[in-house]
Write a new protein. Structure first.
Length: 261
């Protein structure tokens, strides 16, 4: 196959490099067709959550081609510490992987190593979905993949906040992803979950400022459309909006309200 520039697979990296704002659907329902349906809506990407959602690695791998077939990049969040799944997800065709609870530089270095091919990392060869989606021959894919296979390190604890600049400076970490709820637990000393607190907003603005200085984008999960808009205004460049189960519940409530009033 002649070398060609990647399209869907690299679109997330290309748009973030230009400074575009990406709005992503968030999926945890186990049926891959749900992610496929949301990919055909106006979202810029679809993110699959293996940490808290019941969706498994096998179901994520089956959802990825449905998302890519709709012309959208796929993202996936791994469970805590399951770095062995990072390469599998990139091999299957995701454009980015989110790793939760990156609380030490060892965590960050391990994540980067699984995300990137040598000499930057230690990812081994075995891409099938990613290679097919890239439009590249294998050597061109090997050369380009470190650029468009994006690693998002989650910042959601005091420990992560303390080493934020070091995480951002690490080659192989492409972006940070904020978890507002866990951050609120950490900042309150385990006293409460309040993703809307003033302290959380101050921390988010600090993260955005430090990431901007490092020329790396900030991603974040938003529990509502209103919160998503606020995060965009704060400077987040990738915002995951609500979730498939929330969309289903809100639509059901809206329909019943119309019928019963």
């Amino acid at each position: 196959m002649a070398s060609a520039r990647p399209t869907v697979l690299s679109s997330l990296a290309d748009r973030l490099a230009k400074g575009d704002t990406i709005l992503s659907a968030w999926c945890g329902i186990a049926d891959p067709s749900v992610a496929g349906i949301l990919a055909h809506e106006g979202f810029d990407a679809v993110t699959l959550d293996m940490q808290h959602g019941p969706i498994t690695l096998n179901e994520v791998i089956r959802a990825i081609p449905l998302i890519n077939a709709a012309g959208k990049p796929a993202m996936a969040r791994i469970p805590v510490g399951e770095f062995q799944n990072v390469s599998k997800l990139f091999d299957a065709g995701v454009s980015g992987v989110i790793a939760p609870m990156i609380n030490t530089m060892d965590d960050a270095r391990t994540f980067a190593a699984y995300s990137k091919y040598p000499p930057l990392g230690e990812r081994s060869w075995g891409s099938y979905g990613g290679l097919a989606a890239s439009g590249l021959d294998q050597n061109a894919y090997l050369k380009e993949a470190n650029r468009f296979s994006l690693s998002f390190a989650m910042i959601e604890t005091r420990e992560a906040m303390a080493i934020l600049d070091d995480i951002l400076a690490l080659d192989g970490i492409d972006a940070v992803f904020v978890g507002p709820s866990d951050l609120s637990i950490a900042l309150s000393g385990g006293k409460q979950v309040d993703a809307l607190s003033k302290e959380v907003d101050e921390a988010i603005r600090h993260i955005v400022a430090r990431a901007s200085a490092a020329k790396k984008p900030v991603a974040i999960y938003a529990q509502s459309a209103e919160r998503a808009k606020a995060f965009v205004e704060m400077g987040a460049k990738f915002v995951a909006v609500m979730g498939d189960a929330v969309f289903l519940r809100v639509a059901a409530q809206s329909a019943l309200k119309v019928i019963r009033t």
